[in-house]
Ligand binder design. Structure first.
Ligand code: NAG
Ligand code: NAG
Ligand code: NAG
Ligand code: NAG
Ligand code: NAG
Ligand code: NAG
Ligand code: NAG
Length: 733
């Protein structure tokens, strides 16, 4: 278990020629060096370092002149001195290992304002000319506690402050050192670091070593560099989380890295949520932008939902790339303990959300990002939960509420995310229309709710294959005639239907319910003739009522009047005008492939505005003139054309075609108007009052599964084609 060899590679676009085309003079990678293929057993970070020469040439290598340290007090204060004479063609290094320095020497970058220094002013001043010639400092194994700015040492290449007692690192200490490549701060007592200590644009560090410190958190701006780098080492700290104090965001126009960052042996337990940390819209963005690897060897990884996006993102590359580098085992949860990450099934990566994440006390909430779903399971509820957790990883909610005592299904703020709702075996009495609306596409179980007798009419838009209603006894009366049509239109092979309680007839299977069993709508028009006259008589008395029902009455009246008209069709240029929303592709398809050929085969002279209005003429004018000379109107009602009306975006359909047709129908008693309810709209869905009235009085053709049946319906409502009559007549003669 101690022998993890693991590297969690976020980025996979690593191989190939690395950076050789734009090495900016800092870091060049060998041509043809394919890290992912050559030498598959070597750890990836080693290969990267072999491949990529971290090579700003040290032309002075070996020729550095050594400077010495001279203590100037018992407290560990010191100065740098030169045993020889200054020569400005020299480069210098200062090495003082295992001493008792407590501070950086006072003459380095004049950081020290202590009055003790007054005695040494000349010496301090003299030393200034060395600043730009110092390339290497090694103060390891001293007792240095703090470091102020070293930015005067513009040529510094290597800085070793390891094994000291530094507790804090400022982002103003080395931020101007464009030539600094090696920074070693390992084995200090660093507990905090400013953001942007190593990643400012002026910095070009190759190696930054922070291993064996006491860092509890690391800022994202300290975990990689904007410039290419070799290795940043955070091994053996106590880091358990990333922060992003300055709201750092990735610039889509830049590339970051490449380079490796080691977080081995820290306290991470969960995989960092880079997506919310960096405000990414999706995790793949990180992959596109950043090409460095995080090494998480030796961490006690919790294999939970936060790991899932990473695992899934690189799933297809896992087999060849991660065989060696992603060989970390899970420490938690117990069920996955010891499972190697490459062998994980993303499905098993879940988080159990607690009350602090809004999971109600009565529920268990399990987030399973591989299915993009938060699974919620509750007991002992009398109402729907008011809130459910917001998952950042999953979009949908599966809500299992069976065997509770819930009485009302009403809309809740989370309901729009629910794709599965089980309310079977509850005490439902009421199902609200708005809840049914948002659950339109969700699977809904409401079986065995013995008190439920009514559903809102909106359920008629629901697919029966995803609506489970066994054991319900719904009232099927004259108010519920829509049920018959619903079951016909939304039929499903494996349906779980309710039973119908039919007035005077008792309980029947839902499918046996038919309007013919009842004495309501069927006789309406005839039955209504005397009724209408009485209504007209009372018109003056109940003005408001009639006003509200004016279109219904008018339609019934027009239909009755209709029957008295002779078939004097010859004066019409067209028998039928079809009007519909031409933007609706599906609808257009049906009209062009089914309706139109069928009508024309039956010798109707059809006027289809989109086809028959000559290109370039004024559509409205032609429309009005032609409608005047058209016998019948087929209005195909679809959601889209109504939406158009409601948004007032394009008023052409409702303003022109419909009004034209309606006016024409209303004022000419020879005309017929038939509405085909293509999208099974309810009267309440329709804002055009006359159409709503048509729907209400049932003078419409409901769109169904069988074209033949629709056509029959249409022919029943249309007048016969005059030519057809002629044809018949001549036949007889
Ligand atoms: C400085 O060093 C260079 C080469 O290291 C040498 O040629 C030159 O003479 C030296 N100058 C002085 C003033 O010592
Ligand atoms: C350096 O750190 C300080 C806080 O410690 C922060 O306010 C400042 O923005 C940082 N500088 C840069 C360049 O990020
Ligand atoms: C990072 O630190 C670890 C722990 O000491 C060490 O084994 C490893 O070699 C270091 N990596 C680099 C590239 O210096
Ligand atoms: C990225 O580059 C494009 C075109 O050069 C520019 O319009 C855009 O502002 C840049 N985006 C950022 C975040 O700099
Ligand atoms: C839901 O919770 C109950 C009680 O905690 C449990 O018996 C049942 O198995 C759970 N169902 C699912 C699907 O998790
Ligand atoms: C979840 O999201 C909703 C709407 O976006 C918000 O009102 C609610 O406060 C959020 N809850 C939590 C716990 O974040
Ligand atoms: C249901 O699905 C359809 C088609 O995908 C979509 O247009 C509609 O908005 C969905 N309804 C809801 C309530 O999400």
């Amino acid at each position: 278990m101690t022998d993890y060899i693991c590297m969690i590679i976020l980025i996979v676009s690593f191989g190939g020629n690395c950076l050789d085309t734009h090495c900016q003079g800092y870091l060049c990678c060998l041509d043809l060096c394919d890290i992912t293929k050559d030498n598959p057993t070597a750890p990836l970070n080693e290969k990267f370092e072999q491949c990529c020469i971290c090579a700003s040439q040290k032309t002075w290598s070996g020729k550095e002149k050594e400077l010495l340290i001279e203590y100037i007090g018992v407290s560990g204060k010191s100065l740098v001195v030169d045993p020889e004479k200054f020569n400005d063609s020299n480069v210098y290094k200062i090495e003082h290992i295992g001493g008792i320095m407590t501070e950086i020497p006072s003459d380095v970058c004049s950081w020290d304002s202590d009055t003790v220094l007054e005695v040494f002013l000349r010496q301090v001043y003299e030393f200034m000319k060395y600043w730009l010639h110092i390339v290497q400092i090694d103060f390891s194994f001293n007792k240095i506690r703090k470091v102020e700015s070293l930015n005067c040492l513009r040529k510094l290449y290597q800085l070793d402050l390891s094994h000291n007692k530094i507790t804090h690192l400022k982002n103003t200490t080395i931020n101007q050192l464009a030539h600094l490549r090696h920074l070693d701060l390992s084995f200090n007592e660093i507990m905090s670091m400013d953001p942007a200590c190593i990643s400012q644009p002026t910095q070009n560090l190759f190696y930054a070593d922070f291993e064996n410190n006491k860092l509890p958190v690391v800022d994202v701006t300290n975990s990689f560099s904007v410039n290419p780098f070799c290795h940043i080492n955070y091994t053996s700290n106590i880091i358990d989380k990333f922060v992003n104090e300055q709201g750092f965001t990735l610039d889509a126009n830049k590339t970051y890295g490449p380079g490796f960052v080691s977080f081995n042996f820290n306290n991470f337990r969960t995989f960092p949520d880079f997506q919310s940390l960096l405000g990414l819209s999706n995790l793949a963005e990180l992959g596109q932008l950043v090409s460095f690897g995080f090494d998480f060897r030796g961490i006690q990884l919790d294999c939970d939902c936060y790991l899932e996006p990473f695992l899934s993102m690189v799933q297809e590359l896992k087999s060849f790339l991660w065989r060696d580098y992603f060989n970390v085992a899970c420490a938690n949860p117990p069920s996955l303990q010891g499972v190697k990450v490459p062998n994980l099934d993303p499905y098993d990566l879940v988080c159990t959300l607690e009350r602090d994440a809004d999971c109600p006390q009565e529920c268990t909430c399990i987030d399973r990002p591989s299915t993009n779903t938060l699974f919620v399971n509750c007991t002992n509820l009398k109402t729907l939960p008011e809130f459910l957790p917001n998952s950042t990883l999953s979009r949908s909610i599966s809500l299992k509420l069976s065997n509770n005592d819930i009485q009302i299904l009403s809309n809740k703020p989370y309901l729009y995310k629910v794709t599965f709702l089980d309310l079977s075996n509850n005490l439902l009495e009421q199902v609200n229309d708005d809840a049914i609306a948002v659950l339109e596409n969700a699977t809904l179980h409401i079986s065995n709710n013995v008190r439920l007798t009514q559903l809102p009419q909106r359920v008629q838009h629901r697919n029966l294959c995803i609506t489970y209603m066994e054991g319900l006894h719904l009232t099927c009366g004259c108010q519920e005639l829509w049920i018959e049509n619903w079951l016909k239109v939304k039929k499903c092979d494996d349906e779980k239907l309710f039973k119908c309680t039919i007035p005077d007839l008792g309980i029947k299977e839902a499918r046996e319910f038919s309007s013919s069993l009842l004495d309501c709508k069927q006789n309406l028009p005839i039955f209504l003739v005397p009724f209408i006259s009485s209504v007209l008589a009372t018109l003056t008395i109940c003005g408001t009522v009639t006003f509200l029902l004016r279109y219904e009455i008018l339609i019934l009246f027009l239909r009755v009047r209709q029957k008295k008209v002779d078939n004097t069709a010859d004066r019409f240029q067209y028998d039928v005008a079809i009007t519909f929303d031409e933007e609706d592709e599906k609808l257009r398809g049906w009209i062009l492939k089914v309706l139109l050929p069928n009508l024309e085969d039956n010798r109707y002279r059809v006027f289809l505005p989109s086809r028959d209005i000559p290109f370039g003429s004024r559509r409205d004018n032609v429309l009005m003139k032609t409608f005047a000379k058209t016998r019948s109107f087929l209005v195909v009602l679809s959601e889209k054309c109504l939406a158009q009306h409601e948004h007032q975006r394009d008023r052409s359909w409702s303003e022109n075609e419909w009004k034209c047709a309606w006016t024409s129908f209303k004022y000419c008693k020879m005309k017929t108007l038939v509405i085909i309810n293509y999208d099974h709209l309810a009267p309440s869905d329709v804002s055009i009052k006359q159409i709503a009235a048509f729907l209400r009085v049932g003078h419409t053709v409901e769109f169904g599964n069988y074209d033949a049946q629709i056509m029959d319906d249409i022919y029943n409502k249309l007048d016969p084609a005059p030519n057809q009559m002629d044809a018949k007549a001549s036949y007889i003669v």
